[in-house]
Design a protein around this ligand. Structure first.
Ligand SMILES: [Zn+2]
Ligand SMILES: [Zn+2]
Length: 193
């Protein structure tokens, strides 16, 4: 399934040097789950994000549009990671957002440290982020939310619910994902938006 032409681009927004292993860990997990090569490529700077002056948060939808425009031709999908708090207008906040069946998705680390046991290491935080990255990427492969509470495509309103699901797709979602990946493999990457 993997080829040079189909790379999952992980795009950090802002400085992740202090937690550099996070990007590599997410990359490794995504490579294992989706079977594509992964690469790290910054496309947007944190200072270029638009801060909503009233909400003091960042609207994720326009960021996705910019990411899709800037994504290199070899990118089958782009998954951005940011530390800023994201929202869409109908919700108080989002853990991430994706273009359904599109090119780009984003996740925020902002709320994933909530309610971690005091003794929890970095791993528990990183594991939540992997699940969120897989979930949002699933949407870019046209997957909708799943009723199976253990499936990574299950919609979570809290970090506790995130902790309760796995990083894996259920059998039903796996079939849909594989079909979409097959379809994408047949079409030239650059024509897909
Ligand atoms: Zn979702
Ligand atoms: Zn599922």
């Amino acid at each position: 399934m993997s080829s040079k032409e189909h790379t999952l681009v992980i795009s950090p927004i802002g400085d992740f040097d202090a937690d550099g292993e996070l990007l590599h860990y997410v990359g490794k997990e995504l490579r294992n789950l989706f079977g594509y090569e992964t690469g790290i490529l910054p496309l947007i700077e944190e200072k270029d994000l638009w801060l909503d002056p009233v909400r003091k948060q960042y609207h994720s939808t326009p960021i996705l549009e910019t990411l899709a425009l800037l994504s290199p031709p070899e990118a089958v999908k782009v998954v951005a990671i940011t530390r800023v708090d994201l929202f869409i207008p109908i919700l108080t906040h989002v853990y991430g957002e994706a273009q359904l069946g599109g090119k780009a998705c984003i996740l925020s680390t902002y709320r994933f440290r909530e309610a971690l046991p005091f003794t929890a290491g970095k791993e528990a935080f990183h594991y939540r982020l992997v699940k969120e990255a897989v979930h949002e990427l699933g949407h870019t492969f046209n997957l909708r939310h799943c009723r199976d509470s253990a499936c990574v495509m299950h919609y979570c309103r809290s970090v506790e619910e995130v902790d309760g699901k796995s990083k894996q797709f259920c059998r039903y979602c796996t079939v849909l994902l594989k079909d979409e990946m097959k379809r994408l493999a047949k079409e030239p990457v650059s024509s897909k938006q």
